[in-house]
Design a protein around this ligand. Structure first.
Ligand SMILES: Nc1ncnc2c1ncn2[C@@H]1O[C@H](COP(=O)(O)OP(=O)(O)OP(=O)(O)O)[C@@H](O)[C@H]1O
Ligand SMILES: [Mg+2]
Length: 274
């Protein structure tokens, strides 16, 4: 599975040995001194007017080979229009997380193509995909993947620092994002000390920090109790609507799925309309 740095637009393999928050002194590091190289300015250009936002064509994904080969997708097709909220449901092991990883450019298809605003992201190299993620994708993981030793504010600042935004501007912008999720007062608290619901709200603030145009959320309420999960889901839906974001949300909760524009079920390697 991809490492947590991937959610900040970092290529997991390239930086696997540089994970902040690990090793001696990690707890006292500030984001300004993160051991993360900055990405060069984005060389990619995704025309905003291009519809659909996502077009998946004849996608297949096979893990392994020979007798142990596991075919996850067979001829999977999908189109998502601008500002649409699509919910994906499906049994455990159906491939929901695998699909989101592919859409975010965290993994490569075995065959087929994934177009983001007309650009085939499957054809980008690792660095191009890392830039694509940092610029275009807000990713909320089931298990927040915050860096526990860093403060809430520092966690939300990271995608911006990676992009090369100045520390002062990143802090200002991150504080606004935390305010939107109701956690400005907890900005200086370490992420590891926050409750599960608060951590997921910080993760949402981080996903929105770099002003993505596509929000991908993988069971963002899966580890929360019902009341907290509902609050987090409502927050995601409201902030998404406010920003006119396109969103693909994976959820086991049909109540949540129903408030989306479209519900698709992942079954037998393909998507069906519910
Ligand atoms: N890197 C990998 N190598 C081999 N098999 C994998 C890999 N990643 C996922 N799989 C397998 O692919 C299948 C789909 O996994 P995936 O995590 O996408 O399912 P899911 O629908 O998200 O399930 P859940 O609802 O439990 O999160 C599973 O059988 C899983 O074991
Ligand atoms: Mg999953």
């Amino acid at each position: 599975m991809p490492g947590k740095l991937a959610s900040f637009g970092i290529a997991p393999r390239e930086h696997a040995s540089q994970t902040p928050g690990r090793g001696p002194g990690a707890a006292r590091r500030s984001p300004g001194s993160l051991p993360i190289p900055l990405h060069p300015p984005c060389a990619l250009n995704y025309p905003l007017e291009t519809a659909p936002v996502i077009r998946v064509e004849s996608l297949t994904k096979v893990y392994g080979s020979g007798e142990t080969a596991l075919q996850i997708f067979r001829d999977l097709n999908l189109e998502v229009q601008p500002t649409e909220q699509v919910a994906i449901i499906g049994e455990s092991g159906a491939g929901k997380s695998t699909l989101l990883h592919l859409l975010a450019g965290l993994d490569s298809p075995s065959s087929g193509a994934i177009y983001y605003r007309g650009t085939n992201i499957s054809a980008l190299n690792e660095s191009g995909r890392a830039t694509f993620r940092n610029r275009e994708i807000g990713y909320v993981w089931q298990q927040h993947h915050l860096l526990g030793e860093f403060t809430a504010l520092e966690n939300v600042m990271m995608p911006l620092l990676i992009r090369g935004v100045s520390r002062a501007k990143a802090a200002e912008s991150a504080l606004s994002r935390l305010d939107e999720v109701g956690l400005a007062a907890r900005a200086d608290h370490r992420a590891g000390e926050l409750s599960g619901g608060e951590q997921q709200r910080v993760a949402l603030a981080r996903a929105l920090a770099s002003e993505p145009s596509l929000l991908l959320a993988d069971e963002p309420t899966g580890n929360l109790d019902e009341r907290t999960g509902t609050a987090v889901f409502d927050l995601i839906s409201n902030l998404r609507r406010k920003r006119n974001l396109t969103a693909i949300l994976v959820t086991h909760n049909y109540q949540f799925a129903r408030v989306s524009d479209r519900v698709l079920k992942l079954e037998a390697g393909a998507l069906q309309t519910v």
